[in-house]
Ligand binder design. Structure first.
Ligand code: ZN
Length: 320
């Protein structure tokens, strides 16, 4: 299997959100990628500019960052459809995408959707977020730093400028080679631009001490939040029902929390959020994670805070 290290540059409405096209808020203007074999040896590179067709003015930030003008882009760029077809063909059929951060694949699919270009990325659509893997290898696992900072921190040569898809992809590929990949290769990310179409396709990823679940779609937020599987309390290790120490409760920041106990595996905390797709379909993303007394205490405090908040709201309402 090959690794395709991908980086995109995109433009957005220069005249604010009001002139933004919802179906393509970020128009791709450059696709850069490096293909590596399973031993991380470079096979080839892809670097193409796209001729802008949706936003015909560059957003100020984009112009500053990219050092390219709209006239230059129109001259050196190709139609998106042509670049996208070439790129998908160039990818081959046995690969996994690696990106710096989590947004590139979603925007790639939005652009492909906009032009009605077929793609059949695998389901679930797993990829490696190298910003996350970098953090797992060299930081605390939670921090996220810029590509430039990572290159500097690793003391690597800065051979090219930044914010060009081709050079950023090359930098990202260099970082990939520096990771203790054996140690972090289990930490996939999953892109949810296309969500599971049915119960059978629902995603369960086991990362050792936690599990991520992505549900199928629902017509509204309530239907998603009340679904049996979304609210299920089975241990993600043995599948047995867990005792509810704290039943699922929702908070005003729209997260839902719970605390559970498996006879065999101990205390597990749960959290789920309802998200929506570009098409207005609702789905849940849930995490079950092993926890200890400290973690349990935090959830109890959260529940207490929520109860107090509700009491205050009721009081306010009754005073109106
Ligand atoms: Zn268990």
């Amino acid at each position: 299997m090959n690794y395709i290290v991908l980086d995109l540059e995109w433009n957005q409405s220069a005249d604010g959100k009001i002139c933004s096209n919802n179906r393509i808020p970020f128009e791709i203007i450059q696709i850069g990628a490096v293909k590596l074999d399973e031993n991380f040896n470079e096979i080839c590179q892809f670097d193409r500019y796209v001729r802008p067709a949706v936003y015909l003015k560059l957003h100020k930030k984009v112009e500053e960052l990219l050092n390219v003008t709209i006239e230059e882009l129109s001259e050196i760029g190709y139609d998106f459809c042509e670049v996208a077809h070439d790129f998908l063909e160039w990818c081959g059929d046995d690969y996994i995408f690696c990106t710096w951060g989590q947004t590139d694949l979603t925007e790639l699919q939005r652009n492909l959707d906009y032009y009605k270009i077929d793609y059949n990325f695998p389901m679930p659509f797993l990829f490696y977020d190298l910003q996350k893997l970098y953090s797992l290898c060299f930081q605390d696992g939670k921090s996220r730093i810029t590509l430039k900072h990572a290159i500097e921190a690793l003391g690597m040569d800065e051979l090219w400028g930044y914010h060009s898809a081709g050079s950023d992809a090359r930098y990202t590929a260099q970082i990939l080679k520096q990771l203790d990949f054996e140690r972090v290769k289990g930490f996939y990310s999953v892109d949810t631009h296309v969500i599971p179409q049915n119960k059978k396709q629902e995603i369960y990823l086991d990362f050792g001490n936690y599990q991520k679940y992505v549900s199928r779609g629902f017509p509204d937020r309530e239907a998603a939040a009340s679904d049996r599987e979304v609210r299920a309390c089975r241990c993600f290790k043995c599948g047995k029902p867990m005792k509810r120490l704290i039943k699922w409760f929702s908070t005003n920041n729209k997260s839902n929390y719970g605390l559970f106990l498996c006879q065999e595996h101990g205390m597990i905390k749960g959290r789920f959020r309802i998200k929506s797709t570009d098409d207005g379909i609702y789905y849940a993303v849930r995490i079950f994670k092993f926890t200890d007394e400290d973690g349990a205490k935090k959830i109890k405090q959260r529940q207490q805070k929520e109860k107090e908040h509700r009491r205050m709201m009721r009081k306010k309402e009754s005073q109106l």
